[in-house]
Design a binder for this molecule. Structure first.
Ligand code: PLP
Length: 415
């Protein structure tokens, strides 16, 4: 069938439906490097506006760090631009192996294999290490990429209620007869900023002879005393069988990901994981950049310590101003607005005040849970956070939500 008028109209109608539902995603064009201060063209065609970015995954402020950029340049010069191959044919340089060793050392695991992204790591890992005789038991709020990886695997799938340890234990009992059991969670959950209770989970896994996989994409580099991740925060380094993570967030923000953990499981990924076998290797320029990131944070906690101080300031400031926040202690600080339209209006007004933060609503978050998800960075200086706080307070006053409870905001705006 050709792409005829009827086909075109069908897609146009579908897209209009997305617009009518208020769910159309509109990009804002950034003309500067990623940083605390960015220059943005929004709406399209408007002149550039300098704003404070408080919604990037740039947790350690390394996305445009001069030393990372310099190392990437050097990597480009010494190892070239592209490898034109997947890993196992001719896509593995010395620096790929060097980075795998550094990540293994950093995370306190046995071995590591790189992937083009963490989405790819998650897409490949389950089918590589499990069979139809096994079961995957995942938290109900895991990241979309884990859900996709689970869908691609032949093992049986079950879920437990978010962070509900009693429910997880019931599921472990229910599946006692399976050959292997794999419990799956995010270390830090990206929408709420809460953490998995890894100490309790490891204890349950030991009791019921299960393995555990943690996606630490929103943790690697800054959660835990020395930034190793949620396993460090909960005192279970060495006890997580598989960690997947990304280099696209705290660890430089470019791209790439990995599977790290028990050496046999990592080797199974090298032998069988389809994104490893069939998608291009990480570009040398990025590998060189991430190696520099590891140099900067391996034995130096300055950046994660600053991030922690910034997070404390930001959370305290918003709380004292009277906003409703999601509880937590990670740099993900959701400002709850509950109503989808209010979250969009709020975001637009913040932009007018010089602050870039996006409103999230269903289906990215549950119905009636619309919010502005703010993310603190070590790249923020106090003047950024103070100015951003002033903007939040000004817009909060305009909509008369300061000091109001969840119930009062929903009564006024609906959800
Ligand atoms: C961002 C994210 C990913 C995807 O990482 P990419 O490397 O960008 O593909 C996977 N899992 C979680 C939990 C994430 O937050």
């Amino acid at each position: 069938m050709a792409y005829n008028d009827k086909t075109r109209q069908m897609y146009l109608d579908t897209l209009q439906g997305i617009r009518d539902a208020g769910l159309f995603k509109q990009e804002r064009f950034i003309h500067s490097p990623q940083a605390a201060d960015i220059e943005v063209e929004f709406p399209a065609g408007a002149s550039l506006k300098k704003v404070i970015n408080i919604c990037a995954n740039n947790y350690l402020g390394l996305s445009s760090h001069p030393e990372v950029i310099k190392a990437a340049h050097e990597g480009l010069d010494s190892r070239g631009y592209g490898m034109s191959s997947v890993r196992f044919i001719c896509g593995c340089q010395d620096i790929h192996k060097e980075l795998e060793a550094r990540i293994t050392e950093f995370l306190g695991t046995e071995d590591t294999v790189l992937f083009p992204s963490c989405m790819d790591a998650n897409a490949g890992v389950f089918e590589a290490i499990l069979t139809k005789d096994d079961v995957m038991i995942s938290d109900r709020l895991v990241h979309a990429s884990l859900i996709d990886g689970i869908r691609l695997a032949s093992a049986i799938h079950d879920t437990y209620k978010h962070n509900d340890m009693e429910h997880l234990e019931q599921k472990l009992q229910l599946h006692a007869d399976k050959r292997l059991k794999l419990v799956i969670c995010d270390g830090v959950f990206s929408m709420d900023g809460d953490t998995a209770k890894l100490d309790e989970m490891v204890a349950l896994c030991e009791k019921y002879n299960a393995m555990i996989l943690v996606d630490d994409s929103h943790s690697s580099g800054f959660i835990g005393k020395t930034g190793r991740g949620t396993h460090e925060k909960y005192g279970v380094v060495g006890k997580i069988d598989v960690i997947t993570t990304t280099f696209g967030k705290g660890l430089g923000g470019a791209s790439g990901g990995c599977v790290s953990g028990r050496s046999e499981l990592v080797e199974m990924c090298r032998q069988k994981a389809r994104p490893y076998l069939f998608s291009n290797t990480m570009a040398p320029v990025i590998v060189a950049g991430v190696l520099k990131v590891m140099d900067l944070i391996m034995h130096n906690t300055e950046r994660r310590d600053k991030l922690e101080r910034n997070t404390d300031f930001w959370r305290k400031g918003l709380t004292e101003a009277g906003f409703v926040l999601k509880e937590g202690d990670t740099p993900i600080v959701p400002v709850m607005l509950f109503n989808a339209k209010l979250s969009q209006d709020f975001s637009r007004d913040l932009f007018d005040e010089g602050v870039y933060a996006i409103g999230f609503f269903f289906p990215v978050v549950p119905q009636g849970q619309a919010r502005i998800r703010t993310q603190v960075s070590a790249g923020h200086e106090m003047h950024h956070l103070e100015k951003a706080l002033d903007a939040f307070i000004k817009v909060g006053k305009k909509y008369e939500i300061l000091g109001k409870t969840k119930q009062e905001i929903i009564e006024r705006y609906g959800n």
